[in-house]
Design a protein around this ligand. Sequence first.
Ligand code: GDP
Length: 621
Amino acid sequence: MLDFVVIFTKGGVVLWHSNASGSSFASCINSLIRGVILEDRNTEAKYFEEDNLAVQFKLDNELDLVYAAIFQKVIKLTYLDGFLSDMQVAFKDKFGGIPAAERLGGDYDFDREYRRVLSAAEEASAKQVKAPKAMRSYNESQKSKKTVASMIQDDKKPTEKRVNIQESTQPPSKQQSSPPPASMDDIIRENRRKLREKLTPTKKTSPGDPKPSKPSASEKAGKKPRVWDLGGNSKDAVMLDRSKDAPEDVQYQNINSELVGTMQGVIRDLDVESEDEVEDDGEESSSEEEEQQVQSKKSKRGGLLSYFKGIVGAKTMSLADLQPALEKMRDHLISKNVATEIAAKLCDSVATSLDGKQMGTFDSIASQVKEALTQSLVRILSPKRRIDIIRDALESKRNGRPYTIIFCGVNGVGKSTNLAKICFWLIENDFNVLIAACDTFRAGAVEQLRTHTRHLNALHPAAKHDGRTMVQLYEKGYGKDAAGIAMEAIKFAHDTRVDVVLVDTAGRMQDNEPLMRSLSKLIKVNNPDLVLFVGEALVGNEAVDQLVKFNQSLADYSSNENPHIIDGIVLTKFDTIDDKVGAAISMTYITGQPIVFVGTGQTYADLKAINVNAVVNSLMK
Ligand code: GDP
């Protein structure tokens, strides 16, 4: 039953309403006017709720009026759409001729029409409820039209779903293990699409290559061949086609190993311009450089710090003074991909450190905010536990056992690619490596690693390393128990004195309990030295959810008293996010686990260490 019906102008002036006891609905109508109509928000839905009331409304753009019906939200009224349309017609018939200028002052006697329209709508609806649909005869039903042939699924004829899977650039098994599409998935898919678009112009194509817009059937079926640009010279690009195993001489004839970057010892810092560096180098700079410094300082003030411009003077700061600036600062951090909750916490910490301090000039406040935020961010990003892979791998070598790293994460984040980059870095540091192919699920996963192994051996042939083969692949094909293969690989590495074992695992969604249980088992039975979680920098809040749930599952499903959870993070695709570096903050804030490597591209040399100052400065801009 309807509680209240009202007609008002879009500006909020009530022209007519259904009963005198409308005051109890005034607050709901006011909220609708303020929150929806005036702000022109969500008017498409034509539905609004407040407390236990619901409002269905209709906009009349010609007369600038709103027709609204209020009812208890637990009740379902199916006739409201038609009823409001009929109200509109009746009202227009009677009062549509009144000129707009006189409309507000008019006296609208609409009760009789309203009762007529309402009872017609209620009667029609009652009839619909009472008259049950006549049952269809068998001959009229869809079932009667089915033949035996139509019920047999023809594998060659793709269903709608299959077409989508084939059209996707991900291999089929990646899709199989994904959960049903959720809105967050859509965002990630969209980000990946943008990433693909971003990468397309840099892809090296030869005149003979098929046009990317019309992939052939075989290309559609598996992962796209990858281009490794070793050193940025298209001539030296190596096609990484996991779908077929081309003969070695064909695949590597163009590699010029001198073009490959060297990464000895420490991993290079992430290369993002740091404002501090500009400030510190001031003494040596020429007048042109000084000019640039001034510009840089100016632009710095235009960033996050500029929100504090209004807070100047002689009095002490209170939270109320700071609130508007802090809100803008929170939005700024969110716009840089910092997870919402963490952005709020960072603002709280800045507020606490400023509360009660002397205001002073903008410069003094800006530097206080910068100091407070920098302190919080540096604290978050600085590892609680130092992970020194080179030192630990050397220690293992001395003890005669291989150093083992297990890589985990969801599908498509770059596990295999970054495993290969880390392998390259280890070889450059003179460790030989065994890659254990424990993604026994996704078609093409083993071939992908085999191709990496060949590339890496071509770049670092045994001849250059006293006859030692620098990378080997341990693989047992598909469908086998991943934990068992990892165990055999570690034993093989131990027996043949291989220095490091890198274990690739199948991608899995963080909510997939059986797959998370099997990852937990793989880690438990193999007792690795390091478990690295691989996550994309471009997914923001979602990366946090993945990391938290991976950790939680490893803790929950391990029967160990001290379960081995994630030790560190490999943050991939950092080259694709411009200055939206927030995922780095969010991931480390939530779990306290350090970012051990940052993936910055698609060559073996695109592996960096996080540069805390650079990330902090980038967030401030
Ligand atoms: P996996 O399914 O997690 O093993 O993911 P892959 O290693 O197959 O990588 C998925 C895609 O991400 C590939 O196209 C990689 O080239 C790409 N990729 C991986 N790491 C990076 C990175 O750091 N930057 C960029 N731009 N692309 C990357």
